[in-house]
Design a protein around this ligand. Structure first.
Ligand code: BES
Ligand code: MN
Ligand code: ZN
Length: 486
């Protein structure tokens, strides 16, 4: 989407704007010096607000037709008493939805430090996946005026981040039929060739030679060959080195431990972790953040073909550890085991993985909140903070040593499933076997990787969850070095 964005300091600019979004706070104050302007809207406006019981709390909006041509619509956007970044992003998203059919929009939401969030909210709210629509209804918004004192803020950041999130959403929404590991890989190669990222694709032969038994075991039941993408962004001025790993199951049928039909319907989205990693690296590189980043994304189907891994089979992973596969539907941890082992070999300062790993995490935390677990409390805290500004909620779950025995088996170093309860935790405990001494955090994004409905800047389907958190974390690492907190 082309969105011509500029700052204006006075409401005079409104003579060219079709839809105006006014930030509002409780007690009905109009930040951005708009009190006089609101006066000119007359009693019609105040009556409309009264009828809508509009108070200015976060999440509220009220739409008012002015009867003029410019602006023809004024939208009051509640942001609450002390709006955080995501209150602003959501308000901008609501404005974007209302203004979708208009050419030009203005808003007073972009106060100090919030311009990028406004750009993100507007741009993300225009997203739709229309590859297979005969009559797509693209956004009509061409220009965005940011009214108020915020001039000079960085608009590029909001653009880069929203483009990355939209790319991740596209990858997630793409049907499995159109994203074989090869096709996925080619798209990433093409996209990242525009950025300063070096990319190596490990094909089937490489994976065999390299001893990636987890990836090979999961891929065995599919005719489509697996691969693993290795991405390097290495700016000269970097002091910190982070590895990002994403689960890339392009379709999860469950394998021989096959899923029921209803559970399979959304399983094209089981590569959301991979999408978040490739998209965030594209943004990190475009923004030129001074942090060294390694991205690793194992890509494969999980299918029950004739050569599929069978319950009881034992796989040997990249770091030599063996796993007895008792349920082929617990496949994400098998491919992540290899990718994490491989990441450790490069000696990163810290490591984060993202995965739609367990239904159990979705049961625990619901649709909107990701679970976070790991070996370094400082890292977990920084991730939760990065997520807060990003509007991506993370909640820490424990990693108790006592639960490790659930993975014990006489057959191998571990089995790939634990007992009935605490499934998000036992999955993470398995991953922990593969991270060596590197400070590590794991995000289980099974819930929020898919958004259940259209609202503010989210749309139903792939959400691109994780991209904004990772970009924020890396920005934070650029400013404050990482100290191992153990
Ligand atoms: N991809 C699923 C997890 C999932 C479920 C993600 C629902 C998003 C929504 C994962 O591979 C899986 O099947 N996990 C199993 C693990 C079990 C067999 C131990 C699960 O959660 O049921
Ligand atoms: Mn599965
Ligand atoms: Zn899965």
């Amino acid at each position: 989407m082309d969105l011509d964005t500029r700052f204006e300091s006075t409401p005079d600019a409104l003579t060219e704007v079709e839809v105006l979004g006014l930030a509002a706070q409780p007690g009905l104050s109009w930040p951005g010096g708009m009190d006089d302007y609101v006066e000119t809207l007359g009693t019609g406006f105040s009556q409309a607000l009264e009828r809508a019981e509009f108070k200015g709390e976060a999440g509220e909006s009220a739409v008012f037709g002015t009867g003029l041509t410019h602006p023809h619509t004024v939208v009051a956007l509640g942001v609450g008493k002390e709006p955080g970044e995501d209150d602003i992003r959501r308000a901008a998203g609501r404005l974007g939805r209302i203004a979708k059919k208009s050419g030009s929009v203005a808003s007073t939401l972009a106060w100090e430090g919030m311009a990028a969030a406004v750009v993100e909210g507007i741009r993300l709210s225009q997203y739709s996946y229309d590859r297979f629509k005969s009559k797509p209804k693209p956004s009509q918004i061409e220009s965005l005026v940011l009214l108020g004192e915020g001039a000079g803020q960085d608009l590029e950041k909001g653009k880069v981040i929203s483009e990355a999130v939209c790319w991740a959403r596209d990858l997630v929404n793409t049907p499995a039929q159109h994203k074989s590991p090869q096709v996925f890989g080619t798209e990433v190669v093409e996209r990242l060739s525009e950025a300063e990222v070096r990319l190596v694709t490990h094909d089937l032969e490489d994976l065999k030679e390299g001893g990636f038994g987890g990836v090979l075991g999961v891929a065995a039941g599919s005719d489509r060959e697996p691969c693993m993408l290795e991405m390097w962004y290495e700016p000269e001025d970097a002091e910190t080195f982070i590895a990002l790993v994403g689960k890339g199951i392009v379709f999860d049928s469950g394998g021989l431990s096959i899923k029921p039909a209803s559970a399979m319907m959304t399983m094209k989205t089981d590569m959301s972790g991979a999408a978040a990693v490739v998209a965030s690296i594209s943004a990190i590189a475009r923004l030129g953040l001074p942090v060294r980043v390694l991205g690793l994304v194992p890509l494969t189907d999980n299918m029950p073909g004739p050569l599929a891994t069978k319950p009881g089979d034992v796989l040997r992973c990249r770091n030599g550890k063996t796993i007895e596969v008792l349920n082929t539907d617990a496949e994400g941890r098998l491919i992540l085991a290899d990718a994490l082992s491989y990441a450790v070999e490069s000696g990163p300062d810290l490591m984060v993985d993202l995965a739609t790993l367990t239904g159990a995490c979705k049961v625990a935390l619901g649709d909107f909140i990701a679970g976070v677990m790991g070996t370094d409390e400082g890292l977990i805290e920084r991730l939760i903070g990065a997520g807060k500004d990003a509007g991506e909620q993370l909640w820490q779950l424990p990693l108790p040593k006592e639960y490790r025995s659930q993975l014990d088996t006489h057959m191998a170093d571990m089995k790939n499933i634990g007992g009935r309860w605490g499934g998000a935790i036992t999955a993470a405990l398995l991953l922990k076997e593969f991270v060596g001494e590197v400070p590590w955090a794991h995000l289980d994004i099974a819930g929020p990787a898919r958004w259940p409905r259209d609202e503010h800047y989210q749309s139903q389907g792939g959400s691109g969850f994780g991209v904004r958190t990772l970009v924020n974390l890396v920005s934070d690492l650029a400013e404050h070095e990482f100290a191992n907190s153990e």
